[in-house]
Design a protein around this ligand. Structure first.
Ligand code: FA5
Length: 334
């Protein structure tokens, strides 16, 4: 058996030396070293040897096996080197050519604005909360002082589900949900960004699907001054540079008093234009009560702002309908 082993080993080494391709090497690997190869076959006969010869024979088999493996490895490396060399010398191969860039996506401009708004308010001690896009009529309208006969419903025509639910027309219902979740215990400071829906004919500045962020602060002794201060700070951070704000009385059924807030860069000349930024006001006592707070004990302010229009302003986009159109030629510009 020892002679057979030596014969096998020298044959194998010879075949490795003579190999012309890596396939030849694989053949040796399989037929000699493989699980059903010659060496394995030889080892199976070890039982026929006298007991004292078994151990030395096994050691010898391992030595030969290692020698064959080493020879195989060296030849494989040599073949690799030749292949590499050939590739480098191939005139079609230009190692200085830049690699292929992996195409990566990026966040949608509206998502970026939303995240910035979240960062700013988190820094001011607000929590970010969420509410359902499919709302009850009660939360979207009734509890916000917009009963069925109220003309304010016309401004927020919506999509009705057969179940009687509505697609929410604004983020304001989250005010109620956040208040109830707080169990009537002040203070409450939250923002609620999200998608909203209105049954409107889309044009340059209106879409049937758009995005708002709601803000709500409830505590003892909260006034319009708190609201104005926080919103001026928020808009300064969002637009990067101090802004001045002005409040114009405006009617929203769920606040009293209600305002539209306009802004312009701080230090603008008196005749400079004001830009309408958002709707806001002091939370109506009925809404506080519907949220589980005692309107005799606490007051609060709220605001609602369109996120799409902020993204439009930031990037000079003149038509809102591009935003959700999904046209990559549009999106890849940002
Ligand atoms: C509201 O939706 C109120 N819920 C906001 C509010 C909250 C007021 C809390 C007071 C207190 P309004 O309908 O004006 O208000 O919408 C708010 C913002 O949403 C608008 O300023 C505008 O930026 C945006 N918006 C309204 N309709 C559309 C539309 N069809 N497409 C895109 N953006 C819209």
């Amino acid at each position: 058996m020892k002679d057979r082993l030596e014969e096998l080993a020298s044959q194998a080494l010879q075949r490795i030396a003579d190999a012309e391709t890596t396939a030849d090497l694989e053949q040796v690997d399989k037929t000699i070293l493989g699980r059903k190869g010659e060496l394995a076959c030889l080892m199976r006969g070890i039982g026929s040897l006298p007991a004292e010869e078994r151990k030395p024979f096994g050691r010898l088999v391992n030595e030969r096996k290692e020698a064959i493996e080493a020879a195989l490895g060296a030849r494989r490396e040599a073949f690799d080197a030749v292949r590499q060399q050939a590739r480098l010398q191939d005139s079609r191969y230009d190692p200085t050519e830049p690699g292929l860039a992996v195409p990566t996506g990026h966040l949608h401009p509206i998502t970026r604005v939303r995240r910035e708004v979240e960062e700013i308010f988190l820094g001011l001690g607000f929590d970010v909360v969420d509410g359902p896009e499919v709302e009850t009529e009660e939360f979207n309208f009734d509890l916000l002082n917009i009963p069925a006969h109220h003309p304010a419903r016309d401004n927020q025509d919506t999509f009705w589900l057969e179940s009687g639910h509505v697609l929410r027309t604004h983020t304001s219902p989250v005010q109620l949900r956040a208040m109830r979740a707080r169990g009537g215990q002040p203070p409450l400071r939250v923002i609620a960004p999200g998608r909203v829906f209105r049954n409107e004919q889309p044009d340059r500045t209106h879409e049937a699907i758009f995005h708002q962020v709601e803000g709500l602060m409830v505590d003892r002794g909260i006034t319009v001054a708190d609201m104005k201060g926080v919103l001026a700070l928020f808009l300064s951070r969002l637009f990067g540079g101090d802004v001045e704000v002005r409040l114009r009385p405006h009617y929203f059924p769920f606040v009293e008093p209600g305002f539209e807030l306009d802004m312009r860069p701080a230090g603008s000349p008196p005749e400079a234009e004001w830009l309408e930024a958002l709707g806001c006001g002091m939370v109506h006592p009925d809404v506080l009560a519907a949220g589980g707070f005692d309107p005799d004990q606490v007051t609060g302010w709220a605001f609602g702002m369109g996120l799409d229009r902020v993204a439009m302003m930031r990037h000079g986009i003149d038509d809102l309908r591009w935003m959700l159109g999904g046209d990559l030629r549009f999106l890849q510009q940002f």
